[in-house]
Design a protein around this ligand. Structure first.
Ligand SMILES: Nc1nc2[nH]c(O)nc2c(=O)[nH]1
Length: 444
């Protein structure tokens, strides 16, 4: 692969250890990594003029359910709280198969890429009609995004006191067998890996204690990360108190679900002791502000989490509860919500962008991503600030206050995925048409 030089950027927000910002600077990419950052760099390779642009690390999405892009704005679920929303959607999701999983992942990942995302996780927790984790892995590989798919699962149906219908849950022995299969087949632990698999029983109200414990033991045995939903709303806390006689933090701790290899989605309702537990154990949080607003779940205590040293990243969450998948908008929403809760100086535009980049990379155990420094991976977003959203801005680098919400160019591992605002690796109009055909069939 030839060297690539990103030349003469108005600003580079490095998100390095001192959060350096450079003006009129260049980045040299060599072999998927950042070789140099500085001024007046040269190359015999490809040159991208970045004048008029702000350059940031690629954004990192720490929580998604890609399959849900096929069920956006479903009328019965538009105005419901979490449990009612899920009960409306489960029967629709039960009709998905491999094609739905693949196409919806293409759409969800392309949408993320257009918003500057270079690394995404996904939480696929239902496998109807022959669906498999590799349906989504194939979509990510084709598009070229760095991917952390997680083998989710549901095992406690309505019959046994869980929330999902019985036809959507799997036997726990089958779940564990498939977890082993997908880790062995697809997990790459190497530095710069394009695919890392995690294990992700869905939520305390849809799997047993035994599956939570066994998944944690298996993850440690295989050296992969653990992910689930935790403390998402008041219903979730009430379920925990009623079924397990404790709060979600205690439940997680007792079953081995704390540590630097664990990240929990939402955590809207964590109390002070649980925040302290997460900070002490290095447990990460995927903060999903748009979904939390959409489902009326509440405002996660992100200011307190960050002040106490909890690792926090951002997640767009599934598109049935967002209903978009734009990670820049998610970062802006995170900033705005903390200001609603804690005042106008509670979170700056730069801190929210830091959470969306470096913060997410740290949550996913990828310190080689999410910052622009020599030796780190060449995952880079270039934002054109000659756009209407930045016109008149006194600080174009404050992207989340007055900046584009779509990226101009995007590189993953040095490969160009978005060129001039368009997906370069996929014929997107054809995929959109296919997605709409599948969505119409699900409505029939
Ligand atoms: N926001 C969401 N929360 C969830 N909990 C659960 O069990 N599933 C979901 C989901 O799809 N979205």
């Amino acid at each position: 692969m030839a060297d690539i030089l990103i030349k003469n950027a108005d600003s580079i927000l490095t998100m390095d250890d001192t959060r350096r910002e450079l003006s009129g600077a260049d980045i040299l990419i060599r072999g998927g990594q950042i070789a140099q950052i500085g001024h007046a760099l040269t190359t015999t390779g490809e040159v991208h003029d970045a004048s008029g642009c702000v350059v940031t690390p690629g954004l990192v999405n720490t929580h998604h359910h890609l399959y849900q892009t096929l069920t956006r704005a479903v009328p019965g679920g538009q105005d419901a709280l979490l449990f009612g929303w899920l009960q409306t959607l489960y029967p629709i999701w039960a009709r998905f198969g491999p094609e739905e999983m693949f196409t919806s992942a293409q759409i969800g990942l392309a949408e993320l890429a257009l918003s500057g995302c270079t690394l995404s996780s996904d939480h696929l927790y239902l496998y109807p009609n022959g669906s498999r984790l590799e349906d989504t892995i194939a979509a990510a590989a084709e598009l070229g995004l760095r991917f952390h798919p997680t083998r989710g699962a549901m095992s406690i149906g309505e019959r046994d006191g869980g929330l999902p219908p019985d036809n959507l849950v799997e036997a726990e022995s089958d779940i564990l067998d498939d977890m082993i299969r997908v880790v062995d087949a697809f997990h790459d632990p190497a530095d710069g890996s394009m695919c890392r698999v995690g294990l992700a029983p869905c939520s305390p109200f849809s799997v047993s204690r035994e599956l939570m414990r066994d998944a944690a033991l298996l993850a440690r045995d295989k050296g992969v990360m653990l992910h689930t939903h935790l403390a998402e709303n008041d219903e979730d806390i009430a379920y925990s108190q009623a079924q397990f006689g404790c709060r979600p933090g205690q439940y997680a701790e007792e079953l081995g679900w704390t540590g630097s290899d664990v990240w929990h989605a939402h955590c809207v309702k964590l109390d002070w002791a649980e925040i302290d537990l997460f900070a002490r154990t290095g447990t990460g949080v995927a903060h999903c502000p748009c979904s939390n607003c959409r489902l009326g779940s509440g405002i996660a205590p992100v200011r307190t989490m960050r002040d106490q040293g909890v690792k926090v990243g951002l997640g767009v969450d599934g598109s049935a509860s967002n209903d978009t998948g734009n990670l820049m908008l998610e970062a802006r929403q995170a900033m705005l919500l903390q200001r609603v809760a804690n005042g106008a100086d509670a979170m700056s535009a730069r801190e929210a962008l830091e959470i969306a980049t470096r913060g997410g990379a740290d949550v996913l155990g990828r310190p080689e991503c999410g910052r622009l420094m020599p030796g780190k991976r060449a995952d880079i977003a270039i934002w054109d600030t000659h756009c209407i959203e930045s016109a008149g801005s006194w600080d174009p680098a404050a992207l989340l206050l007055a900046g584009p919400m779509k990226v101009k160019h995007l590189f993953v591992e040095g490969r160009q995925i978005v060129r001039d605002g368009q997906i370069a690796t996929l014929e997107l109009p054809r995929v959109i048409e296919r997605q709409n055909t599948l969505a119409r069939a699900l409505q029939g």
